[in-house]
Ligand binder design. Structure first.
Ligand code: ADE
Length: 343
């Protein structure tokens, strides 16, 4: 390239919008938080009652598929109580000392959020029990016969934790969430549309009538996915210099390999493998993961919840099986024993 005429073009930058779009889209007040009504109502009572008594709220566990707003809820609880939020995660707490340091550095009333709590190892989990139950930290000093335990009193705190794998939470840990164990539900299409209209306003994009419907239909009933698609469709319309209407959304998402039900190439591959290699199933998770060269956890966390929600697969005691709807969606003929069910 010649050095002439290479003066950089001045980019038009919107000073108010940072590159941290996901953070910008996260609702910062209960009023802005759309959906999950049952959890909102229960949390409100828990928080109001605790505040009325002048004590920190009891510990709460949120669970459910990724992208439904578990971390957002933790931010809102902290905001509502006017306390500091300290954020960490199961894999970040590698040693008992890491947890001891986090707990002893809390101030009275702080909210501690542990994301992916199912990835906490057993020894660390056991240190958490007395901390959650009686506000004390038991530390073992020394080894062998001379080992002794000292007990440190912790400032009162509230533990909020989140997991996408509630079955991996041991029952002693689960039972210590005395404030409640709440399951986040998939959002309705109407709620997703409302979230998209709010996000479009924040991003200053002009979503033409009906465009939010096209995104919502494919959003897997998940705000994170809906917002991701909105951003990609916005990029597409901008680069193609056209309006962000239904057609632009459809084209942009097709380019990403997302079909009209919101299935990604990896979801379709999973369905096709069960259909073609395992005659529709049932097939065990380990066998399926091996056939797809995928991690079992990825299938369980990312693919299955939505495929189950849509009724495209079912979980039986012998493994995963396709439903007749899955064959219809793939445009394949179901095996003979299933054809009757389709009639
Ligand atoms: N953005 C992501 N999740 C949201 C929610 N539940 N309500 C409003 N905006 C959101």
């Amino acid at each position: 390239m010649s050095s002439k005429n290479t003066k950089p073009k001045k980019e038009k930058v919107d000073e108010e919008i940072t590159p941290y779009l996901d953070q910008e889209l996260r609702p910062s007040t209960w009023h802005d938080y759309i959906g999950q009504k049952a959890i909102k109502n229960n949390l409100n009572i828990l928080l109001k009652a605790a505040s009325g008594r002048g004590t920190p709220p009891e510990h709460v566990l949120f669970y459910g598929p990724p992208g439904l707003g578990k971390t957002t809820l933790a931010h809102l609880v902290a905001r509502e109580t006017g306390k500091n939020l300290k954020i960490t995660s199961g894999p970040a707490i590698e040693r008992v000392g890491d947890l001891a340091s986090i707990l002893t550095n809390l101030a009275s009333g702080d909210i501690l959020f542990i994301d992916e709590i199912h990835r906490l190892n057993k020894t660390i989990e056991e240190v958490l029990y007395p901390a959650m139950e009686s506000g004390v930290l038991d530390i073992i000093i020394g080894k062998g016969p001379s080992a002794r335990t000292i007990q440190l009193e912790l400032p009162p705190f509230t533990l909020l934790a989140a997991t996408t794998r509630v079955a991996m939470i041991s029952s002693p840990l689960r039972s210590r969430f005395s404030g409640g164990v709440f399951r986040l539900e998939f959002y309705s299409e109407d709620e997703i549309e409302e979230i998209l209209r709010r996000s479009a306003k924040i991003l200053k994009v002009n979503l033409e009538a009906g465009a939010e419907k096209e995104i919502a239909k494919r959003s897997r009933f998940t705000p994170r996915t809906a917002n991701y698609f909105l951003k990609r469709a916005r990029d597409f319309a901008q680069v193609e210099n056209r309006a962000l209407d239904r057609k632009a959304v459809t084209e942009a998402l097709k380019l990403l390999g997302v079909d009209e039900k919101g299935l990604t190439p990896s979801d379709r591959k999973l369905l096709e493998v069960i259909a073609d290699k395992f005659n529709g199933g049932p097939v065990g998770l380990g066998t399926l993961a091996a056939a797809l060269s995928e991690e079992e956890a990825t299938i369980e966390e990312f693919n299955e919840p939505y495929l189950l929600q849509l009724g495209l697969i079912e979980r039986t005691t012998r493994g995963r099986a396709l439903t007749p709807h899955a064959y219809t969606h793939l445009g394949k003929t179901p095996p003979k024993n299933m054809q009757k069910k389709l009639l």
